[in-house]
Design a protein around this ligand. Sequence first.
Ligand code: FES
Length: 180
Amino acid sequence: MAGWLESSGSIDMAFELSEKTDKRIREEILPRYPFKKSAILPVLWAIQEEKGHLCREALLYAAQVVEQPPAHVYSVLTFYTMFFQQPIGRFHLQVCKTASCEIMGCRQITDRLRQRLGIDVGQTTADGLFTLSQVECLAACELAPMIQVNEDYYGPLTPEKVDELLEDLKSGRQQVKPCL
Ligand code: FES
């Protein structure tokens, strides 16, 4: 992480944002806020919408735009699970691990996903289809244990229902919106 933040803030020439997104950030997003630093979240979101994830150069670009130290933007980026520092799979499986889901068996759900997908939390399958994450309460405790797949919620889950869900996602029987 230290290496990420050693830069003085200059943007690598390899990083290019489309004119459309750059214009959106400078002409639509920034003017909405009294202070540029207040726009950190929508600026990061706009970049992620275009790029799919937020690389080091994206962070430096955002830091320049909102006139904040890269370390501050990094602290925001790493606080929210909705921001990705690496490319993610077509289906982003986010298992809630907070109290209600914990009590109702989210560990079994995570274990089943690990087993079926052959990956650990924080990893993506080799075919690029699935990324597995753990997140805090998604405000759907009545569905515990539950997961979010891209923008959709599923629950209450059992290990058997996890198997069905994975098959439905793979086969296209279960349609979900793309991550971004
Ligand atoms: S504890 Fe899992 S959705 Fe609230």
